[in-house]
Every structure is written in structure tokens, then in C-alpha cells.
Design a protein around this ligand. Structure first.
Ligand SMILES: Nc1nc2c(c(=O)[nH]1)N[C@H]1C(S)=C(S)[C@@H](COP(=O)(O)O)O[C@H]1N2
Ligand SMILES: [Mo]
Length: 210
């Protein structure tokens, strides 16, 4: 199996842009559908699917905001070919969630679920990267609504669609399944360094049959 960690190139400041990408000044807003309204009293973050103990694990917004906080400097590479460099993301490391609500031993993939049923699948190994972060902040400030407040996932070594905005939980999976964009023509893995943009580029074993 691929080792995502070994392909992690840090930020473009150190290693240049991934192939085919160009630098974007400013921070555009890119997503499908409307921006959801945050309702703190209804919000919860859920871990479900194949958990180690078979139970669901939930945090309300206050509980989630008390989880350990750290920062990661990472770039954002949109598959439509622009990249934003060097943002400092702050939030809860994905590994922290995995420690608090561990997966069953046979779990291989994680579906990340967001508002309105948006989803994206990642390999457990990608999720476990020490740079994968559930971000609440960017450059020291709370995320704005259009950029994913109160919570978005950042997976620095994959294209940005692998990082849902308005995240509401994760599902541990014992087999791979495609998320929203992965069902609609984007690559199942999405490594920008090997330009895995579209599903027609997939090699056998890169993803479930379309
Ligand atoms: N919920 C949700 N998250 C999403 C998307 C989306 O359509 N819905 N689009 C993704 C894509 S394609 C990109 S490039 C980034 C853009 O993040 P930004 O708008 O903060 O720049 O969000 C990602 N997260
Ligand atoms: Mo994107």
C-alpha cells in the first residue's frame, strides 16, 4: 500500500507547487451548494460506523472546543488548478479523534461527513497523518462561515476536496466507498503530487468500481 506520509512534501514554500497548479492570490470560496447556518445547540460531532467498541461517540460544540488544539501550516490545492499557500490552520488533530474514539482493527477507510450530506472518503492512513487536522481556525482567527465554520477538515497532502467544510462527523469503514466528488468523476485518492485529479486516471486498486 502507498505510504502517504512518505509523499508528504511539507508546504510549497519548501518544495514548489504540485504539477499543474498555479498560485492564487487571496482566498477564494469554492464549494457546491449553499453555506449552512451554524446552530450551536443542534451541532454535534459524531464518530460512527466500525468503532472499536461498537458504540457511537458524540461531542457537542462545547465539548469539541475543549479537545486538544494544535496548529499545522499547510497549503490548499484545488483540483481546478489553483493553490493557496502557507495558511496556519488551528484545530483538533484527526489522530486525537482516533485516540478518543478508536476504529475496529479491520477499518481501512474513513468517510468524512459534512452538512447537507456532503462527504469525502480517505484511506485510514491519510486520516492518520500527523498533519490531518479538524480546523476551527485559520491564521489565528475563527473560520468564516463560507470557509467552513465551525469545523473543516484539512488533509495537507491531498487535493482540497478531500477536506470537507462544515464537517459533522466521521464514519469508520471496513471497505472503501466513494464520497460526493469521488462519485462524480474525481479521483478516489487525490494526491496532487501525482496529479490524481479524475477517476478515469485511477489504476486498479485505487478505488471501488464506478
Ligand atoms: N462541504 C463541502 N466542503 C468542501 C467542498 C464542498 O463542495 N462542500 N469543496 C471542496 C473544494 S473542491 C475545495 S477547493 C475547498 C475550498 O475551500 P475554501 O472555499 O475555503 O477555499 O473546499 C472543499 N470542501
Ligand atoms: Mo476544489
Amino acid at each position: 500500500m502507498d505510504q502517504p506520509e512518505s509523499r508528504e512534501r511539507g508546504t510549497a514554500e519548501q518544495s514548489g507547487l504540485p504539477p499543474g497548479q498555479r498560485l492564487q492570490r487571496g482566498w477564494p470560496v469554492t464549494h457546491y451548494g449553499p453555506v449552512p447556518t451554524f446552530r450551536p445547540e443542534r451541532w454535534e460531532f459524531r464518530v460512527f460506523g466500525a468503532t472499536a467498541d461498537g458504540d457511537k461517540h458524540c461531542w457537542n460544540h462545547r465539548e469539541f472546543s475543549e479537545l486538544p488544539f494544535s496548529t499545522v501550516v499547510a497549503d490548499l490545492h484545488c483540483v481546478t488548478k489553483f493553490s493557496m499557500l502557507g495558511a496556519e490552520w488551528g484545530g483538533v488533530p484527526a489522530r486525537e479523534i482516533v485516540e478518543l474514539a478508536p476504529p475496529a482493527p479491520e477499518v481501512s477507510h474513513v468517510m468524512v461527513w459534512a452538512e447537507y450530506g456532503f462527504s469525502s472518503n480517505v484511506r485510514l492512513a491519510d486520516f492518520l497523518s500527523d498533519r490531518t487536522l479538524f480546523a476551527t481556525h485559520k491564521d489565528g482567527e475563527l473560520l468564516t462561515a463560507e470557509h467552513g465554520f465551525p469545523l473543516r477538515l484539512i488533509v495537507p497532502h491531498l487535493y482540497a476536496w478531500k477536506g470537507p467544510k462544515w464537517v459533522r462527523g466521521i464514519e469508520y469503514m471496513t471497505a472503501d466507498r466513494r464520497g460526493f466528488w469521488e462519485e462524480r468523476g474525481y479521483h478516489n485518492i487525490g494526491d496532487p503530487w501525482s496529479e490524481q485529479r479524475y477517476s478515469y486516471q485511477e489504476e486498479p486498486g485505487d478505488g471501488p468500481e464506478l
